[in-house]
Design a protein around this ligand. Structure first.
Ligand SMILES: CC(C)(COP(=O)(O)OP(=O)(O)OC[C@H]1O[C@@H](n2cnc3c(N)ncnc32)[C@H](O)[C@@H]1OP(=O)(O)O)[C@@H](O)C(=O)NCCC(=O)NCCS
Length: 151
């Protein structure tokens, strides 16, 4: 998984997700790690669960195995798990130049929310995307006109 991240996700950005970091994520009880495999790892996805939202941290499928629906199956599994866990939204960031991943996430129901110039090493733009699963638990206080004391 670490070498897939280095070669397919982080190429040209240094290598943040080395084996120790992946292992820590796998051991984190709030993080789900999915692996697609035959005799070797052909794809993987890692998603962290928080109180109201989940963050899709990493996902990749070997080039020789792409366009076979492997990533779609992993995301569908993660979305179903998030719905079961009561999560309101799934968030992720990707490199703005990664047109394949952008098309993939759009196809899976994610929408672009923000572009963050310089997010990667101060030189590459990130696109933030979101998939809403339910309305967030926001308690909006009823509006009251300001009192004389508050002015
Ligand atoms: C993005 C990625 C994970 C998609 O994996 P995949 O297993 O090939 O995706 P799927 O086969 O499940 O594709 C599902 C749908 O997404 C869309 N899609 C996937 N790859 C696409 C591409 N290269 N161009 C356009 N649309 C694409 C299509 O709608 C596709 O459905 P279809 O094949 O029926 O047309 C894979 O391209 C990858 O590993 N890329 C390198 C790493 C990466 O960019 N990771 C994500 C950022 S962290």
């Amino acid at each position: 998984m670490a070498s897939l991240s280095r070669d397919l996700i982080e190429a040209g950005l240094g290598w943040q997700y080395r084996a120790e970091r992946i292992r820590a994520l796998m051991n984190d009880s709030d993080t789900a790690t999915l692996v697609a495999r035959d005799h070797r790892v052909i794809g993987f996805a890692i998603m962290s669960f928080h109180d109201e939202h989940a963050h899709l941290v990493l996902m990749a499928v070997r080039p020789s195995e792409q366009r076979r629906g492997i990533a779609r199956r992993m995301v569908v599994w993660l979305v179903e798990s998030a719905i079961t866990a009561g999560i309101a939204s799934i968030h992720l960031e990707l490199r703005a130049r990664n047109e394949a991943a952008y098309a993939f996430y759009r196809a899976l129901g994610f929408a672009e929310t923000l572009r963050l110039p310089g997010y990667y090493l101060g030189r590459e733009t990130a696109i933030r995307m979101l998939r809403l699963l339910r309305a967030p638990n926001v308690v909006v206080p009823a509006w009251r006109p300001p009192t004389r004391d508050a002015r």
